[in-house]
Design a protein around this ligand. Sequence first.
Ligand SMILES: [Mg+2]
Length: 238
Amino acid sequence: MLKTYKTLLFDVDDTLLDFGAAERAALRMLFDGQNIALTEEIETQYKWMNQRLWQSFEEGLIDRNEVVNTRFSLLFKEYGQEVDGCLLEQKYRSYLEEGHQLIDGALELIRSLHDKYDLYIVTNGVSKTQYRRLQDSGLLPYFKAVFVSEDTGYQKPMKEYFQYVFDRIPGIIQEQALLIGDSLNADIRGGMLAGLDTCWLNPSMKEIETGILPTYQIQTLEELYPILQIERDSAVIC
Ligand SMILES: [Mg+2]
């Protein structure tokens, strides 16, 4: 017997929007501006560095400003350029804001869900960027509210972040809420800590880490239809 949910909380990056595609396009523009050709090696190096910085942020070791304002000065240093990390971050941010490629089936899914569930966005990131990408992708109107970590003062997986969200969703019943996201730490562990059921979008079938147990695990957004017992909205998307 499937559980009936009323409230659905969606992560954004790599759940509804393809962050990798937006990131690649933004990096290419940034490197073009510095007259360095972006190679696969540089991209890998950046991702590794960036991931480590965000991990330190999620662990509470450094603040967000340190992540975003040092990542490019650190990266370009590797390639012999002294750059203004803050300035490059601003440029990168404006390029990134333009990237709003949808994950397969995301818009169709959200359209199918929005009149049957209360939909909310729960995302770690920069507020202006996330709003713009949600707007440009056509997703924004279907959500009752958007909770970007930057606006809350906390971030997933912190309990305080979810408390902030619960305080702002009128009449939420946690037992009837489901969190859907791709990050095992931020979304699934965060959701568990906050007492929510969770659905892990795991397209590459990564191994589960000990102690973190999602309520559901899916490989594509498509698999949410039977879990939520809804029919696809087949209306033409203009
Ligand atoms: Mg994500």
